[in-house]
Design a binder for this molecule. Structure first.
Ligand SMILES: Cc1ncc(COP(=O)(O)O)c(C=O)c1O
Length: 381
């Protein structure tokens, strides 16, 4: 069934969209960077319109009721009892990741993360001048997960921080309580701080599953976890730069804030107003979005598995498909698909050449067009 909220094709050309401008004045459909081609929810647009009508765009405090709305949401979704002090608003999750890397661990202590991974995880160490150790994810029964033995070996080298992504971009994994407990126990044993990027937590596509915040699995997990969340992906407002950290431990919180001081600006009034409207009154919009993305996910799974040389594992969460194209023998898969009229993300930037990432957060008609182009080009190889 059509849904005008998500089926309407909106022209994003000539709007300085990062996603669309890359292929401006070409016939290439952009399906790369993770923003969606949907309008933000009407209540969010109305809140922004109200500010424009008022006309004053000044410095802004975080509204108290926004904190309360977030606290209620975290309690309702995860049974997580968060206190107001624990919330620190930052103008981006990537900024939060970089602040965490500066805040935790000595300068000679490594940062650990897994591959393939959202590329900014791989550049943080360069920004803060600390060593980086990476560990490949393992795939078990078509599901990418942590290699706990490998992780323990890396933790024995005494790193300061583990950068984790849950749900996992790009593989779409939704982690279980058992896995998260195992990870938290390893962090406790080896005294590693856990920074958990949960920006994709609202995109659970498995109907019988749910997201579990890393900090909620045990008391020790809570004590050593920095959680990063945001309304930005969920309500398609990533350009407004609004996200928050949840840090229950006072010492970690103090160190995180100190790393942000004087460098990170506070979140702007548009971002805060959008966040408030989104979290307060867009549950129904979000439920419809998830239903729509589930259908798109099913289309991607069906169509990609029929493409010669392509493989995609089940996608539990996110609106991203991580496609293994090694068997196509293509040396430049992204260039090949661009020639065919589809712009994808190159796995090499995620630490995994031979893969491409497809963003299916778009009207089904655009998705079908992109998938048809890919299929046709591969057939003619
Ligand atoms: C895992 C992950 N973290 C962070 C971000 C970006 O966050 P922000 O725009 O708030 O810096 C993205 C965007 O794609 C992402 O996938």
């Amino acid at each position: 069934m059509m849904n005008p909220l998500f089926d309407t094709i909106i022209d994003r050309t000539h709007t300085h969209s990062m996603k669309w401008e890359k292929y401006e004045d070409t016939d290439i459909l952009p399906m790369w960077v993770a923003d969606m081609d949907f309008k933000a929810p009407p209540a969010v647009l109305a809140a922004l319109q109200k500010i424009i009508t008022h006309g004053i765009l000044g410095y802004t405090q975080v509204p108290h009721d926004l904190n309360q709305i977030v606290i209620s949401r975290l309690a309702a979704l995860y049974g997580w009892e968060v206190e107001q002090d624990w919330l620190i608003w930052v103008p981006g999750v990537v900024s939060g990741l970089n602040a965490a890397c500066r805040a935790f661990g000595r300068q000679d202590q490594a940062i650990v993360t897994t591959t393939p991974i959202y590329p900014p995880f791989l550049s943080v160490s360069e920004h803060c001048g600390k060593p980086l150790h990476t560990l490949p994810m393992v795939t078990e029964a078509g599901r990418a997960t942590l290699d706990f033995e490998g992780l323990e070996q890396l933790f024995q080298k005494k790193p300061g921080l583990f950068l984790f992504c849950s749900p996992y971009n790009p593989c779409g994994t939704l982690f279980t309580t058992e896995e998260l407990k195992q990870l938290a126990d390893l962090c406790e044993t080896y005294d590693v701080i856990l920074c958990s990027d949960e920006i994709h937590s609202d995109f659970v596509l498995d109907p019988y599953n749910r997201h579990i915040p890393s900090a909620t699995v045990s008391k020790t997990a809570a004590r050593r976890t920095i959680t990063l969340m945001a309304p930005s992906k969920t309500y398609n407002i990533p350009g407004l730069g609004c996200s928050f950290a949840v840090i229950s431990d006072p010492d970690l919180r103090h160190r995180f804030k100190a790393a942000c001081k004087g460098i990170l600006p506070s979140v702007n009034l548009m971002g805060l107003a959008a966040a408030k409207a989104a979290y307060a009154s867009c549950d129904d919009w979000l439920a419809q979005l998830i239903a729509y993305l589930r259908q798109n996910r099913d289309t991607v799974m069906e169509k990609v598995s029929q493409m010669p040389g392509c493989r995609v594992d089940p996608i539990q969460a996110t609106y991203l498909a991580w496609i293994d194209v090694k068997e196509t023998g293509l040396t430049d898969p992204v260039g090949f698909f661009e020639q065919a009229g589809v712009g994808l993300s190159d796995g090499k930037y995620f630490g995994a050449p031979g893969f491409v990432r497809l963003n299916f957060g778009c009207p089904a008609a655009l998705l079908d067009k992109g998938l048809q182009r890919m299929e046709k080009a591969l057939q003619s190889l």
